[in-house]
Design a protein around this ligand. Sequence first.
Ligand code: FE
Length: 309
Amino acid sequence: MTVKTIQTEAVQNLLKKVAGLDNDQGSPRVKEIMYRLMSDIYKIIDDLDITPDEFWHAANYLNELGTNKEAVLLAPGLGFDHFLDIREDAKDAAVGLLGGTPRTIEGPLYVEGAPLSQTETRMDDGSTPGQGMWLHGQVVAEDGKPIAGALVDIWHADSKGGYSFFDTTQSELNLRRKVLTDENGYYYARSIVPSGYGCPPDGSSMKVLNLLGRHGNRPAHIHYFVSKPGFKHLTTQINLAGDPFTYDDFAFATRDELVVEAKPSNDPKMIEKHEFDGEYLDVEFNITLLESNSSSAEEMHSRARVSLV
Ligand code: FE
């Protein structure tokens, strides 16, 4: 039998006490959020007739999710990261700050502390075999003028889909590099072609995705932070065209403007100069930054990130 209790005096009083609305201590913002959150969850329990078995199953799942440190992995799978991007885009549009290369999700695997180079860098240290990749592009302003000295911070997975630091078989900062653009806005990086990857098959995120009939795979992609004082900070990533998951990313990071062709190349001079093992893939990603006079727009949002500095 379905019962409705949410509007009873007992439940309404309970919600106010739970959210601390009957005291003057604590944080008004947290109280506001908690009151709304608990009211909505109580209502879901009422409306969907959630049983005690289902509730305790969910509570135990949250324990497991935290123990496995997968909250930051389930979040993009449930669309939170992309939803936050949609909201940031809408806010930018409202103040006329939308344009340039689009943002997309950061993901949970950035590590601060990568070596910095001028103009050109080598990202792979040879600890993982993989096809060579020549990654390059130009950073420009909206009017097309090159941006010299822009900081291009790049990180990507290896040919097995693993990220250094988290994958301890790689050296700590493998495939993580920062490069400053030259006077014409160009940056260049020699690396290896990344592979896509999936959520751990026995992990907590996959448990939920399986129940939703969804997969947990990402296409091959390359992450970027791009910044320069006077310009809006850009967090983005490119997806390599032709991957089976390019347009079916479990984390919803794909944007049409960010799908980039990886062109097989055989230039003997490049092969010799950059020690490629034969054919390599040429990946060009040009970036447009928006001018900004707001220091908050120039900074990336804060979140817990590993730092090796
Ligand atoms: Fe990634």
